[in-house]
Design a protein around this ligand. Structure first.
Ligand code: AHR
Length: 713
């Protein structure tokens, strides 16, 4: 062949290999695909905790997400240089009103900004200066990409407020400290006492959806004010709204901890969003892994998840730096995580900080690590100690005298990143201390032998290892059988974070097909895979506005939402139907003639001359309920065409002719759900007939299929 023709030929081959996912192995295709469920074998038990949830503060999962608080930057600590989320409202610009952060930088508080702290947590406040009265002047909060307005809804508002003149504070403080040169507070007639209006209104201020007043006392002392605001029944839902506190009188007004809550799940004070909680309950989660993820570790030692300062009244929660570029309020603190578990029927799976942070620094095992081990023991005591223990008593005082259920403790997060190899020693020290005080608990190692064979934990061999997988759908299809080969005499596996990463901010159908294939592998091997949880769970889908940044940091998430509504990704529905349709025994399965397709080579693969491999296009798993005789068969078709299968129920002579089939599918693999098209892809349930010990089915293109069969025992 001439060079040009050769080149063209080569390009053709590359294009074919890289761009045609539907290329099917034709020899296998010619024969009938058979799936045999072998009931003659007594399969092992399915792990009762197989499906759970993993959570952390990422993508505004809590603030601007599950946590129902509507006010952004409620204690004014989000940014030292400007009151993010807040703006001045003034009807008449000649009032020359202004707002200013007071004592924003703890390392540099000017003389005139001292003496406004409420306590050690509420040290920064916002001052509204009103030089001229007579018209509406106030401050507005934009919420987390809007304040959600819904009809017939009662919101609970509260805030600290003091109105005062501007007498300069007396000069005292650190010896010799020179006062910084901030301009003194202006001297304005103090007319602050009297009614203050609180409202939820449209962003242009023209429509007031709900409003009320409090009576500001004449005092130089901070006072907390509370009121409720109720919308009318004919209000049209909108998030194009703001929260405003206003006056028409001159003076200096100081605000702190401004809060607004809509109704919460179970009406729990400081509680969670109702719609999101219901979506979680629908997943039937068996456990909740918290508080992270990277959020547990923190960007540095000082900002690891500070569970102690997340307890008690929100008045005492300073928040902390967080790991994902914004400052969490810690409104969802340790107690709230535990209540979240209780509300969704999940058991807590507690991650304890193990002395390694995201900046790569670690604390050596030994005496220097002891305070961290002690801190973890305190934390466990808070969760399960009885009311006579120090931390058990604190939990009781916070509202929950009964200990929570707890079986697993995870020591750290992704400690394979710790290149110093210090985890072995750190894990041993934590585990020995926990085993001694709480022998009923199982400690999970964050380094898994199969993933990081050179970093194995050997000092005190763990009973459970946490594996994490973020993969493409191709990689999921390639690896969906990986657990079939694992050693059954080794540690159990917790797949503590995993996802097929396609689609943003939430996943698309192709990702869901990757997820479902992967989940069949976990389910077939659920004697070994004792727990698994998808990550990340939540994403606020708002893009950047002129005043607020884009809400998410991580693409491919499970549940999306804005201030008003929420939706499940196709992956969410896969989680839901897999969890809903689970027996207690694994049914052994055998497959014949599964069509395959060639996995495209990446650019790098091509350069490295990696041999192209074939991956299956049908994935399967089955479990049965040995009490009821129900059988749950899951079959995934990753191709965009119908695939026929023959299903053989070996050893079953009596099966109901009628069955239920739940299908998740769509025309295109890139199809997805969005905030404006939230239910494009949802499970569709139909009744099917003609079930026998051998029956034929046609799998819809791009489909996840769950068959509910009824056998007679
Ligand atoms: O899920 C997002 C992040 O991925 C987690 O915080 C971390 O544990 C992992 O690397």
């Amino acid at each position: 062949m001439k060079t040009k023709t050769l080149k063209r030929h080569f390009l053709k081959i590359c294009f074919f290999a890289m761009g045609l996912p539907f290329l099917v192995n034709s020899s296998a295709n010619a024969q009938t695909t058979k799936l045999t469920l072998d009931f003659t074998k007594n399969g092992p038990a399915v792990s009762p905790k197989l499906y759970g949830m993993m959570t952390e503060e990422i993508n505004h999962a809590y603030d601007g997400g599950l946590y129902a608080e509507l006010i952004r930057n409620r204690i004014f600590k989000d940014n030292k240089t400007k009151p993010e989320g807040w703006s001045l409202v003034q009807q008449d610009t000649t009032t020359k009103a202004s707002i200013k952060l007071i004592a924003a930088d703890p390392d540099n508080i000017s003389f005139d900004e001292r003496r406004h702290a409420i306590n050690g947590a509420l040290t920064t406040c916002l001052r509204l200066t009103v030089p001229k009265g007579g018209s509406k002047v106030g401050l507005a909060n934009e919420g987390y990409w809007g304040i959600p307005v819904k009809p017939s809804t009662t919101y609970k508002a509260s805030f600290y407020l003091k109105g005062t003149g501007s007498t300069p504070p007396r000069r005292f403080g650190p010896q010799g400290a020179a006062p910084t040169q901030a301009p003194a507070a202006p001297v304005i007639a103090d007319n602050t006492a009297g009614p203050i209006t609180v409202s939820i209104e449209s962003n242009d201020g023209k429509t007031v959806y709900a409003s009320g007043t409090i009576d500001l006392a004449k005092s130089t002392l901070w006072k907390k004010y509370e009121l409720t605001l109720t919308t009318a029944s004919d209000v049209k839902p909108t998030a194009d709204a703001r929260f405003v506190i206003s006056t028409d009188r001159t003076g200096l007004y100081y605000f702190n901890l401004v809060s607004l809550f809509p109704p919460t799940y179970n009406n729990r004070p400081n509680g969670n969003r109702i719609d999101l909680t219901k979506m979680l309950i629908d997943m039937k989660p068996q456990f909740l892994r918290f508080p992270g993820g990277n959020y547990l570790e923190g960007p540095n030692f000082a900002d690891a998840f500070p569970w102690k300062t997340t307890l008690g009244s929100i008045d005492n929660r300073p928040g902390h730096k967080g790991s994902w570029g914004y400052r969490p309020t810690d409104g969802i603190g340790l107690y709230e995580f535990l209540m979240w578990c209780e509300e969704t029927g999940a058991e807590p799976l507690l991650g304890v900080y193990a002395g390694y942070s995201l900046d790569g620094d670690h604390i050596d095992a030994g005496p220097l690590l002891k305070p961290y081990v002690d801190d973890a023991l305190d934390e466990i005591e808070y969760v399960i100690g009885d009311v006579n223990t120090y931390w058990g008593a604190k939990r009781a005082a916070d509202g929950h005298p009964a200990p929570f259920k707890l079986s697993y403790i995870e020591i750290g997060n992704e400690d394979w990143f710790d290149r110093s190899n210090s985890y072995d020693g750190r894990f041993k020290q934590f585990r020995e201390a926990i085993d001694k005080k709480y022998p009923q608990l199982t400690c999970i190692s964050t380094i898994a032998d199969a993933q990081y064979p050179t970093q194995k934990v050997t000092g005190k061999s763990p009973a459970v290892l946490d594996e994490h997988y973020y993969r493409s759908s191709w990689d999921m299809w390639e690896n969906a059988h990986q657990y079939d080969k694992y050693d059954r005499n080794g540690p159990k596996i917790f797949v503590g974070e995993w996802a097929t990463r396609e689609g943003a901010p939430t996943t698309n159908l192709n990702a869901a097909l990757g997820d479902a294939a992967w989940m069949t592998g976990m389910e077939r091997n659920s004697d070994l895979i004792i727990m698994s949880c998808y990550a990340p769970l939540f994403v606020n889908v708002n893009t950047a506005t002129s005043t607020a940044p884009k809400a998410w940091q991580w693409d491919s998430d499970l549940i999306g939402y804005n201030a008003l509504s929420a939706f499940g990704s196709p992956s969410y529905y896969v989680q839901k139907v897999f969890s809903e349709n689970l027996g207690n025994k694994i049914v052994s399965m055998n497959a014949e003639n599964i069509p395959t397709q060639l996995k495209p080579l990446s650019k790098r693969d091509s350069i490295n001359k990696v041999k192209q491999i074939s991956v299956p296009t049908i994935f399967y798993a089955a479990t049965q309920d040995d009490k009821t005789g129900a059988v749950y068969l899951k079959v995934v078709n990753t191709l965009g065409k119908v695939q026929p299968v023959e299903i053989n129920l070996k050893g079953i002579s009596n099966v109901s002719k009628n069955a239920t089939l739940v299908v998740i599918s769509s025309k295109k693999a890139e199809d997805t759900n969005t905030i404006t098209d939230p239910v494009k892809i949802v499970p569709v349930t139909t009744k099917i007939k003609g079930i026998a010990s051998v029956f034929k089915q046609k799998l819809a293109p791009y489909s996840v299929n769950v068959y509910q069969l009824q056998t007679v025992k």
